[in-house]
Design a protein around this ligand. Structure first.
Ligand code: TRP
Length: 446
């Protein structure tokens, strides 16, 4: 290795940074609309099962790889010295992160525009035709979405330039507790609105018919990958900066529980408000950007609540983009003579350029449809439904079948654990088989 490895200052720092990666737009914007479209309570139950059976074993597997790999995603796939060809699997993650960062930064840019608008009051002076037109005009504008996308990426680049400890860890240490506080305040506030009980019911009382619908299972697997941020070597890369004292099973439990709890609490902030003010819980991706601002306008104190909400969204987005940027940055630092600063500039600007077609996909490039869907949605689906599951399956097969059992179990910190056998078979068979099934089943959807 040419570069001395950076390290987290503490195990709390490591856990906060990984939770920061996991908790993002996926927990707030994506979870609420996907749960809304797929039956609320029924989706939640299937999602929890997926998180336990598929998510948790893969988080542990990625961390075990990172701990042994001692380098970037690519090195980690050949660290046992017997499998040089598997290095290609690492490239899938590096390129995947780059692609995801491109479109993710566009949505983060929307959140940033709404946040600033909520602070200056511009967001609350919208004409009477409502937020449908406001949002539509905004994303149809040529340059504006690109400018906000750039601002979101630039903020992320600044954090990652600071390095593992003084950039990533420090930012997460400040932002994550703040995020937890804001989302809890919002959920408590939402529960005081009259009519809010219907939102709780929607989220917790399952509609049994939904269990018979295959698309609910597909949505749950996709959401598990996206929300935890697995399959793209984030945990491999972050775990490579780990000090030896960190206990992987414990860290993985904290991260998975934290991410899931955050999504549920965000749901408790959103659905009660939606029901109390007669919004449509099945509004889809526009829920956060069209339905919610309308509700904030009607709510007592809504302009403050709205500013808090969009502040939450952008802060959560940035800590996730930080991980998406760090994976390719770590690879560039590891594989070239670039230092961190140069690598961040290179990858960050590259991802910005790669993401501009997504930013323009409802404006200048609105005419372009890939199999009927717009560019941004295409990249989202390509990444969430194919790249992430593929990355997850590769991690499982690599650890499960190309590492010796004892290597795997020891690196995972499960050597003396009663669940070691359970984990090994989840990684060898159960998780990859389930994911493969779902991906094949949904391949008609793109
Ligand atoms: N998990 C984040 C969210 O919920 C997004 C994210 C961060 C991600 N890093 C990732 C998604 C890696 C896939 C792969 O918004």
């Amino acid at each position: 290795m040419t570069n001395p490895r950076e390290q987290w200052a503490s195990s709390t720092g490591f856990i906060l940074a990984t939770i920061g990666s996991a908790v993002g737009i996926g927990n707030i914007w994506r979870f609420s609309y996907v749960a809304g479209e797929n039956g609320g309570g029924a989706f939640l139950i299937i999602y929890l099962a997926c998180v336990l059976i598929v998510g948790m074993p893969i988080v542990i597997a990625e961390m075990a790889m990172g701990r042994r790999g001692g380098g970037d995603a690519i090195a980690a796939f050949s660290a046992n010295g017997r499998t040089p060809r598997w290095a290609h699997a690492g490239w899938v993650s590096v390129i995947g992160c780059f692609l995801i960062l491109g479109f993710y930064s566009v949505i983060a840019g929307w959140a940033l525009k709404y946040f600033i608008g909520a602070l200056t009051g511009d967001l609350w002076r919208v004409a009477s035709d409502g937020y449908g037109g406001f949002f539509g005009d905004f994303i149809a504008n040529g340059a504006e979405p690109v400018a906000w996308q750039f601002a979101a990426i630039a903020a992320t680049m600044l954090v990652v330039m600071g390095g593992v400890r003084r950039g990533i860890e420090a930012a997460n240490r400040i932002l994550m507790p703040l995020l937890a506080l804001v989302v809890i305040v919002l959920a408590v506030y939402a529960s005081t609105l009259s009519g809010s009980a219907a939102g709780w019911k929607f989220l917790f009382v399952p509609d049994w018919a939904a269990f018979g619908e295959p698309q609910v299972y597909i949505a749950a697997v996709g959401q598990t990958f996206f929300s935890l941020g697995i399959g793209m070597a984030v945990f491999i890369t972050y775990a490579s900066y780990m000090t030896p004292d960190i206990k992987i099973p414990r860290a993985a439990t904290a991260i998975v529980a934290g991410d899931t709890l955050f999504a549920v609490i965000a749901g408790l902030a959103i659905f009660p408000a939606v029901f109390a003010f007669g919004g449509d819980p099945e509004a889809g991706p526009q829920l956060a950007f069209i339905t919610l601002p309308q509700i904030f306008l009607k709510m007592p104190g809504g302009t403050i609540i709205g500013a808090l909400f969009f502040g939450l969204l952008i802060a959560a987005a940035v800590t996730s983009m930080v991980s998406l940027l760090e994976v390719p940055v770590a690879a560039v630092i590891h594989r070239s003579r670039q230092r961190r600063f140069g690598a961040v500039i290179l990858v960050g600007l590259g991802a910005f350029v790669a993401g501009t077609p997504s930013a323009l996909s409802y404006g200048l490039l609105d005419g372009i449809r890939i199999g009927e869907i717009a560019i941004l949605d295409f990249v989202d689906r390509l990444a969430s439904n194919y790249l992430l599951p593929l990355g997850g399956i590769l991690v499982c097969l690599y650890i499960g079948w190309f590492w010796r059992r004892v290597e795997a179990v020891e690196s995972a910190g499960l050597a003396t654990s009663p669940v070691a056998e359970l984990w090994i078979w989840a990684v060898r068979l159960v998780a990859p088989a389930l994911v493969l099934l779902v991906v094949l089943d949904s391949s008609g959807a793109i």
